[in-house]
Design a protein around this ligand. Structure first.
Ligand code: ADP
Ligand code: SF4
Length: 693
C-alpha cells in the first residue's frame, strides 16, 4: 500500500464544475501521431487513464483552419467531421475515471498555414515565428477578425463538449498560442483596445473565456496555459508580468496551467535542466488566485511531487514526459511500488516524433505509441509461447530490455555479459557530463530483473559461437552492441579518410574507456563531428573541461545538428561557446596528418589546415556482429544444438540511439514464439477515409 506521505497526491480537487480524483495531471503533449494516427493517439491516452492519472489532455488541437502548423502533425477540430476522432480519445481518457481535457490552439504568429493556404492572422503584422523561418508574414487581426476569432473559439468549445471533453485548455504558452501573442508586447504592438497596457493586452483572453463560459461553462472547465516567462527580456511576457496578469485576472479560468518560456525551456533535457527547475518561477503564483495551479518540471520523484503540493507551490503535478516514460506512475505510487517507476531520463527523444513528423518513441517506454498499433501494454506482456529458454548475449539497453520483457512473459532467461557491469553503452555514457540521468535506462531494468526468479545473469562472459552452440538454449538474442569507428567513415566519407598513424586519434569509446583526459592543458584537440547527434558536442565538452584548447569542426551548419529535434541544439552551442570551444561549422575533415588536420568547406571545398595534438573522431559506429556472423556460418549445427532461432538486435544489428535499442529488445521479447506474419504489415494503421470523388 502507498506511503501516507503521498496521501496528499491522492486528494481530490475541483476544477470548475468537475472534480479531479487526484493531483496527477497529464498536461498536453504531442506524440507525432495526431490527426494522422487518431486511434494510436487515443489508445495512448487510454493507457494513461488505466495508469491512474486524474486529468489527461490531448496534444494541441488546431481549432480553426485559418491557423495551422503544418508540417507538424497535431490534432484538428475544424468541423463536425473531426468530432468522432476526438470522441474516441475522450472516451479512452475517461474509462478509468480521469477528466478528459482538450487543448485548443490558435497558432497566430506561429502558424504558417502551408496546408490551408489561408493568410495567417495575428495580433500584429510580423513574420511567422516557426522553427524553420518560413517566408510568410501574418496580417494583423482587425476588429472584425477579432470578433470572428472569438466566435470560432466558441464553435470549437461547443464541438469539444460534443466530443466529450470535461476541460478546455486555452493555449497561450511556448510562443505557440494566440493568447500569449496578445499578452506579450513583443508580438502585440497594437495601439487599440487590445494593445498597450497589460489590461488591454489581456482583453482578448478575458473575452474568449467569458464567451466560452457562456456557451459551455456549466459543464466544461476552462483552463489557461501561459508561459512563466517568455525569456526574451523586458519586451516579452516576463515572469513579473505573468504574476501581474494572474493577479489582475485571478478568477478568469478554472485553473492556471503554468508552462515555461519557449518549448525548449519548458521541455529542458536532463543534460541542461534539473527536475523541478521551474519552482522559482512558479512559487507564489498560487497565492494570487483562488483557482488551482498546475506546473511541470519533469517530475519523477514522488517526494518532490508531494512537497510541491504540501508547500503550496502547486495544486496539480503536471507531467508530460514522466507520463510517457511511465504511464502507470500514479498507480505505482498509490500501490507503494516506488521502485517500479520507470523514470524519464530527460533525453527528449519523445519530442523528435513531433519534430520529424513521424511518430514518437520513448527511450524508457518502448510501448509508447504502440499501444494501438501493436497492441503493446506498458505493464503487461503477451502470453508466453511454447518454448522455455532464451539466451541473451550482451547487457546493453537492447539485451536488458529483452531480458526484462522476456522474463515478464515467463521465459527462463540467461543473460551473458562480457564485462562486469550491466548497461553496455549506457554504463559508459552515463559518466559523461550531463548524462547521468540516462543511467536510469540501466537502473530500472537492473532492478526489475533482480526481482525475477527466472533470470540468471553471468558477468565476465564474452561468449563465442562455440559457447552458444554448446549451451543448448532454444532461442538466442545477440545484443552485442557497436563500437565507434576510427577511420572517419560516416557521411562525408563513405570510405576511410587518409589518416597518418603518427597523429593521436581517439574515438568516443577511447575517451569513455581507456583514455583519461584529466589534463590536456596546453594541448589542442580537434573534435570532428560527422555523427551530428549529441556525442560530438559532449566530446568537445569533455576535452574542454580537461583543459584542452578545443576546435569542433563539422560539415553541418549546426553543432550537434540532430539535437534540434530534441530541443537541445541551442543549449549545446551555448555551453560549448561558454567553455571556449572554437566552433567551425560547414567544415569537414579531408585528411589527418602528423600534427595537423586538413579541413574543407562543405560548399566550396576550399581547404585549410589546423595544427593540433590529437583528434576526437565522432563519425559512425560499427556493429559488433562477429558472434552473430560466426553463428550464421554454423547454421547447420543449430538444430543439433537444440537451437530454434538466433536473432541479432539493437546496435549489433544497426547502430542507432538508445531508444532504438530498447525498442528492439522489447520487440524481440514480444515476437518470440509468435506466428510468422509473412509479408503482412507488423502494425496497424489508419488510412484517410475517401470522400465521394
Ligand atoms: P545495445 O545498445 O544494442 O544494447 P550496447 O553496446 O549498449 O548495445 O551493449 C552491448 C553489450 O554487449 C556490451 O555490454 C558488451 O560488453 C556486450 N557484449 C559484446 N560482445 C559480447 C559477447 N560476445 N558476449 C557477451 N557480451 C558481449
Ligand atoms: Fe523521457 Fe526520453 Fe522517454 Fe521522452 S523519450 S519521456 S525524455 S525518457
Amino acid at each position: 500500500m502507498r506511503d501516507a506521505k503521498y496521501d496528499i497526491l491522492f486528494e481530490p480537487r475541483a476544477i470548475g464544475p468537475h472534480v479531479a480524483k487526484n493531483r496527477f495531471y497529464q498536461v498536453p503533449h504531442c506524440n507525432g501521431g495526431g490527426y494522422r494516427d487518431p486511434s494510436a493517439a487515443a489508445a495512448m491516452r487510454g493507457i494513461k487513464s488505466e495508469g491512474g492519472w486524474g486529468v489527461i489532455f490531448t496534444e494541441q488541437t488546431e481549432m480553426h483552419h485559418t491557423s495551422e502548423i503544418t508540417p507538424f502533425i497535431e490534432l484538428r477540430l475544424w468541423e463536425d467531421k473531426d468530432i468522432p476522432g476526438l470522441r474516441r480519445m475522450s472516451d479512452a481518457m475517461k474509462v478509468h475515471g480521469a477528466l478528459a481535457g482538450i487543448q485548443l490552439a490558435y497558432s497566430g504568429i506561429n502558424g504558417p498555414n502551408f496546408y490551408t493556404k489561408e493568410v495567417p492572422l495575428a495580433p500584429s503584422a510580423l513574420p511567422i515565428r516557426t522553427f524553420t523561418n518560413d517566408p510568410v508574414q501574418a496580417r494583423a487581426l482587425d476588429l472584425t477578425d477579432i470578433k470572428n476569432l472569438r466566435r470560432w473559439f466558441v464553435n470549437a468549445a461547443k464541438r469539444s463538449k460534443v466530443a466529450g471533453f470535461d476541460l478546455i485548455c486555452l493555449y497561450g504558452a511556448h510562443g505557440f498560442g494566440i493568447f500569449q501573442h496578445f499578452l506579450s508586447r513583443a508580438t502585440n504592438q497594437r495601439t487599440d483596445d487590445y494593445g498597450g497596457s497589460l489590461e488591454n493586452r489581456s482583453r482578448f483572453a478575458r473575452e474568449v473565456v467569458a464567451d466560452i463560459r457562456d456557451a459551455v461553462g456549466d459543464t466544461t472547465a476552462i483552463t489557461m496555459r501561459v508561459s512563466l516567462d517568455e525569456t526574451i527580456g523586458e519586451l516579452g511576457f516576463s515572469n513579473a508580468e505573468v504574476r501581474e496578469f494572474v493577479e489582475m485576472n485571478a478568477d478568469l479560468p478554472d485553473l492556471w496551467d503554468l508552462a515555461h518560456g519557449a518549448w525548449e525551456d519548458c521541455s529542458g533535457p536532463s543534460r541542461f535542466k534539473e527536475e523541478g527547475a521551474q519552482e522559482i518561477l512558479v512559487k507564489g503564483i498560487r497565492e494570487l488566485s483562488s483557482k488551482p495551479v498546475v506546473g511541470v518540471g519533469r517530475f519523477t520523484s514522488p517526494d518532490v511531487m508531494a512537497r510541491m503540493i504540501r508547500q503550496g507551490v502547486l495544486d496539480f503535478i503536471g507531467c508530460a514526459r514522466p507520463s510517457i516514460a511511465d504511464p502507470f506512475l500514479p498507480k505505482k505510487i498509490e500501490e507503494g511500488r516506488i521502485d517500479d517507476i520507470r523514470e524519464c531520463i530527460g533525453c527528449n527523444m519523445c519530442i523528435t516524433g513531433d519534430m520529424t513528423m513521424s511518430i514518437s518513441r520513448c527511450t524508457q517506454n518502448p510501448t509508447f505509441m504502440e499501444e494501438w498499433r501493436k497492441g503493446w501494454h506498458p505493464e503487461r506482456m503477451n502470453e508466453k509461447g511454447e518454448s522455455q529458454t532464451v539466451l541473451v548475449v550482451g547487457a546493453g539497453p537492447a539485451g536488458l530490455e529483452a531480458t526484462r520483457a522476456l522474463s515478464l512473459r515467463g521465459y527462463d532467461v540467461t543473460l551473458a555479459e562480457a564485462t562486469t557491469t550491466l548497461g553496455g553503452r549506457v554504463s559508459r555514457e552515463r559518466l559523461l557530463p550531463g548524462l547521468s540521468a540516462w543511467g536510469r535506462v540501466v537502473d530500472y531494468r537492473q532492478y526489475q530483473i533482480s526481482q525475477r526468479t527466472n533470470v540468471e545473469t553471468y558477468f565476465d562472459s564474452r561468449l563465442t559461437a562455440e559457447d552458444v552452440l554448446g549451451f543448448g538454449f532454444e532461442h538466442v538474442a545477440i545484443a552485442t552492441g557497436s563500437r565507434w569507428r576510427h577511420d572517419g567513415v560516416a557521411r562525408q566519407h563513405v570510405v576511410p579518410m587518409p589518416i597518418d598513424p603518427a597523429m593521436t586519434v581517439w574515438t568516443p569509446d577511447d575517451i569513455m574507456g581507456k583514455v583519461h583526459p584529466e589534463n590536456l592543458a596546453g594541448k589542442t584537440v580537434v573534435v570532428y563531428d560527422d555523427d551530428h547527434y549529441y556525442m560530438g558536442g559532449v566530446m568537445a565538452e569533455v576535452m574542454a573541461k580537461a583543459g584542452a584548447s578545443v576546435i569542433l569542426t563539422t560539415p553541418s551548419a549546426y553543432v550537434s545538428d540532430w539535437t534540434r529535434n530534441t530541443l537541445e541544439q541551442g543549449a549545446i552551442h551555448m555551453r560549448l561557446d561558454d567553455l571556449g570551444v572554437d566552433i567551425r561549422l560547414n567544415r569537414g575533415v579531408t585528411a589527418i596528418r602528423a600534427g595537423e588536420v586538413e579541413t574543407n568547406c562543405t560548399y566550396t571545398g576550399r581547404r585549410k589546415t589546423i595544427g593540433c595534438d590529437a583528434v576526437v573522431m565522432v563519425a559512425s559506429r560499427l556493429a559488433e556482429d562477429a558472434l552473430y556472423n560466426d553463428l550464421l556460418a554454423h547454421k547447420d549445427d543449430w538444430a543439433d544444438a537444440g537451437i530454434k532461432s538466433i536473432k541479432i538486435i539493437g546496435d549489433a544489428s544497426a547502430p542507432a540511439p538508445i531508444a532504438w535499442a530498447t525498442y528492439a529488445g522489447h520487440r524481440y521479447a514480444r515476437e518470440l514464439d509468435t506466428p510468422d506474419i509473412g509479408d503482412d504489415l507488423p502494425f496497424r494503421r489508419e488510412v484517410t477515409q475517401l470522400e465521394p470523388a
